[in-house]
Design a protein around this ligand. Structure first.
Ligand code: SF4
Ligand code: SF4
Length: 511
């Protein structure tokens, strides 16, 4: 029976440009001479190196351990020698540098001893989650949230529905499509592990209807599991947004500032499910991923199985990219990707696509005109926000107002910007406002912490002073008491002497 589907507000029908990269099977990217591993590749704390320069490491070996709860380790993706631990450019819109472990590969690509889990249902839930953590698994479709935390919503939040987000709605990107076509059995095997972990009552694999081959392969692979259902969904951007997809599949809205788990849903990318399968059944940590190389500036676009840490420059070269033909280089798609100002950065766990655009391929930003309050942006917004209001507030730095208009529900999909006749770079304003608010919040928390520390210190000083004074008073009282008792003793002695003297004189006068 066909499943009922819902619609979300707004969204756009965009040219897909998918055939540029989805016509050839996944190929293995060449082994690079050097691999660069940023110590922070996901939301959460930066990992701590456990190797030093000169160390020989094997493929799959932990080279940086997790620090704190929201953190996972980093593994070497090939064998070789650590040649540096230093700040290098990392994938970030600001072009920032961050600490990285750099290794020179030895060409042997030699694995450590792998320890697959023989019978995962016999493990406790927490032991199984820990295996995912040890394997360094994070969400491969979004910001890279550690998966072992995502699959642990707590006993108060029973999970009704596990959603596998195979929508891949952003133009140009085809890595999930190819993965679902070619490795559907492995994905289903990972989904079964996830289902066992979260005990969901149903599993829905959502795939946009512009990927018929992926739908067919996933249906075939899931045919023996009655809990799992493949659901073709209409191709509308951004159906792959977590909130939008859950709305389409279940009709449920996730309230502002809440998570899918709060309404009994967990959403996972097919690439993450596949990585879970490799980790549990083969003992392999997350050391590679499929990256779409696309754009008209490449002569051999396609999807490459790429080692984490591979320099973007090497990948672009292997896809036939000539630097002089590349007008713009993006990590991600044209709507939500980040513009790179260098190719001297590595592929990280969340790198799904590298888009090398030729001149005239992507619309170039032109001079913004004043807002004419046409309302097109509000009609296109899939989060049902008022983008023009958010723009005014961000522009005039009225951040509290922006927050009260649900700025943080903005998924930065770019729909508003794409339809804006005044060509205002709206998303830039939202990003700026969000980072400004978060920074102010961080400063406030730090100031609060400092104030609490200061108050605690003051209280300690006062307490010690009071204790000191109390001790002094006690000592004084003791001395005074001792003095009083000395005086009364003296009186007693004097009285005794007087008594003796009186007795003596009485004796002398008696005949
Ligand atoms: S689409 Fe652009 S011009 Fe129209 S209301 Fe929104 S921001 Fe203003
Ligand atoms: S970028 Fe934000 S405000 Fe603009 S359409 Fe997307 S969700 Fe709405």
């Amino acid at each position: 029976m066909k499943r009922m589907l819902w619609k979300f507000h707004g969204g756009l029908h965009l040219p897909g440009h998918k055939t540029l990269s989805n016509q050839t099977p996944i190929q293995a990217a060449p082994l690079p001479d050097f691999l660069v591993f940023p110590l922070r590749q996901h939301i959460g704390e930066t990992a701590v190196p456990v190797v030093k320069v000169g160390d020989k490491v094997l493929k799959g070996q932990v080279i940086a351990k997790a620090k704190g709860y929201v953190s996972v380790p980093v593994h070497a993706s090939s064998s070789g020698t650590v040649v540096a631990i230093e700040a290098r450019p990392v994938p970030h819109p600001s072009g920032m540098f961050a600490d990285c472990i750099v290794m020179q590969t030895d060409g042997a690509d030699q694995w450590i001893d792998l320890n697959p889990v023989i019978d995962y249902p016999t493990l406790s839930q927490s032991a199984l989650r820990n295996k995912l953590r040890e394997a360094g698994i994070v969400g491969l479709g979004g910001a890279g949230f550690p998966t072992f935390i995502k699959v642990n919503p707590g006993s108060q939040l029973p999970i009704e529905t596990l959603v596998i987000n195979g929508a891949e709605c952003e133009p140009y990107i085809t890595c999930d499509d190819l993965l679902m076509r070619e490795r559907s059995k492995g994905i289903i095997s990972g989904i079964e592990i996830l289902q066992h972990l979260v005990q969901a009552k149903e599993v829905l694999i959502a795939i946009e209807d512009n990927k018929p081959e992926a739908i067919r392969m996933m249906q075939q692979a899931a045919s023996n599991n009655t809990l799992i259902r493949v659901v073709p969904i209409p191709t509308v951007y951004p159906t792959g947004g977590e909130k939008q997809l859950i709305r389409v599949l279940t009709g449920k809205e996730i309230p502002s500032k809440k998570l899918p788990a709060d309404i009994g849903v967990i959403c996972v990318n097919p690439g993450t499910a596949y990585a879970i399968h490799r980790a549990i059944h083969h003992g392999e940590p997350l050391i590679s991923r499929i990256v779409t190389l696309t754009g008209r500036a490449l002569t051999n676009p396609g999807n490459l199985e790429t080692l984490i840490g591979t320099p973007v420059k090497d990948l672009i070269t292997s896809a036939g990219g000539e630097t002089e033909q590349i007008d713009r280089l993006l990590m991600g798609g044209p709507m939500m990707g980040i513009a790179l100002n260098t190719d001297n950065i590595p592929v990280i766990k969340t790198t799904n696509c590298l888009l090398a655009a030729a001149p005239d391929e992507l619309s170039t930003p032109s001079t913004a005109q004043p807002c004419i309050r046409c309302g097109d942006c509000a009609r296109a917004c899939p989060a049902d926000l008022l983008p023009q209001q958010l723009y005014w507030f961000a522009r005039s730095e009225e951040m509290q107002q922006a927050e009260s208009y649900h700025l943080f529900d903005c998924i930065e999909c770019g729909c508003c910007e794409a339809v804006c006749p005044s060509q205002i770079p709206l998303v830039q304003y939202y990003r700026f406002a969000k980072s400004d608010i978060l920074e102010a919040e961080r400063e406030r928390l730090q100031a609060d912490k400092a104030r609490l520390r200061h108050e605690a210190r003051e209280a300690r000083v006062i307490r010690l002073e009071n204790e000191h004074q109390a001790k002094l008073a006690e000592k004084k009282a003791r001395l005074a008491k001792a003095r009083t008792s000395d005086d009364s003793k003296k009186d007693e002695i004097a009285a005794a002497i007087a008594r003796v003297k009186a007795k003596k004189s009485n004796q002398e006068t008696e005949p």
